[in-house]
Design a protein around this ligand. Structure first.
Ligand SMILES: Cc1ncc(COP(=O)(O)O)c(C=O)c1O
Length: 285
């Protein structure tokens, strides 16, 4: 609610939506509509050039080089695909943050493994590296690090511990697309980065969407197979995968929005700083 003062100093309240997706659509409608129209006219609704183009642009946005991005149906599926591609299975333990959206731990259970919760640093709300090492057992195979609320977790310390114990690191970047740790984008530190394009995320599709990113070409091709029922070539199914592709329609929408992401992130940071400044020193806050 926004408090406003009308003449005579009477305070009124008006609702402020947490997020106005219609405003973003109105601003970009002129760019989005021809792209969506062309995609609809093309008849290429699954896979094809639009998905490939977005995957290349997204990998480039995160630093490019050998990084590969594989589009999929959601951030949740990105986590499941990543864990499956890493070979995480029943009997394994995976460490993860005790404070996150349901999907971070659910993905671990989905592949049959056991999530082991590690408490967070109360200042950043992210997994506390000091508490990580004591939660490692002989069954621990991986860590799912969550970068919550756009704040990067301490990847230097987490990676050092993971490397010491031979653990794979999966980064849940659903809430942190474009955030950096040590000048390097989150999602490019561990073995795999997982992103969500749920409409309310900083880079939002017009529906569900997600991506897995990795510098490991074998992992990338396993994720590509797993998102298509484990298919490695037409009608040859090597693994038990999912049907979890990124729709071509979502890919064209994401390609239009991606060039604006940095500017949108800076604007959010500016607004957050403004709130911090104005609310500073209020007792009880
Ligand atoms: C931290 C975190 N991980 C994973 C997800 C799952 O993403 P999706 O909703 O695209 O499945 C979300 C979505 O809210 C999230 O916030």
């Amino acid at each position: 609610m926004a408090a406003t003062f009308s003449k005579g100093s009477t305070m009124t309240e008006e609702p402020i939506p947490l997020l106005d997706l219609t405003g973003q659509y109105r601003a970009l409608a002129g760019l989005l509509q021809p792209q969506v129209e062309a995609l609809l006219a093309s008849g290429q609704y699954i896979g094809g050039a639009a998905v490939q183009r977005f995957e290349e642009q997204f990998a480039q946005f995160l630093g490019g080089g050998s990084l590969e991005a594989v589009g999929c149906n959601s951030g949740t599926d990105a986590l499941v695909l990543a864990l499956q591609a890493l070979g995480i299975q029943a009997g394994d333990e995976v460490l993860t943050s005790a404070f996150s959206f349901f999907a971070s731990a659910a993905a671990i259970s989905r592949v049959g493994a056991r999530p082991v919760f590690v408490d967070v640093d109360p200042c950043t709300f992210n997994l506390d590296p000091q508490l990580l090492e004591r939660s490692i057992s002989c069954r621990t195979k991986a860590v799912v690090v969550v970068h919550l609320f756009g704040q990067a977790a301490n990847m230097t310390q987490i990676l050092a511990i993971a490397r010491r114990h031979g653990l794979a690191v999966v980064e849940d970047c659903a809430q942190a697309v474009g955030a950096c740790w040590g000048g390097r984008p989150v999602g490019t530190w561990g073995e795999v980065g997982c992103f969500s394009f749920f409409p309310s995320k900083n880079l939002g599709a017009a529906g569900d969407g997600g991506a897995v990113v990795t510098r490991d070409p074998q992992l990338a091709s396993r994720v590509r197979a797993l998102r298509e029922h484990g298919q490695t070539r037409p009608y040859h199914h090597e693994y038990l995968g999912l049907n979890s592709r990124l729709d071509a329609l979502q890919a064209v929408i994401l390609s239009v929005k991606l060039p604006y992401l940095r500017e949108w992130n800076w604007r959010r940071q500016g607004i957050a700083e403004c709130y911090h400044r104005l609310l500073q020193g209020i007792p009880g806050l």
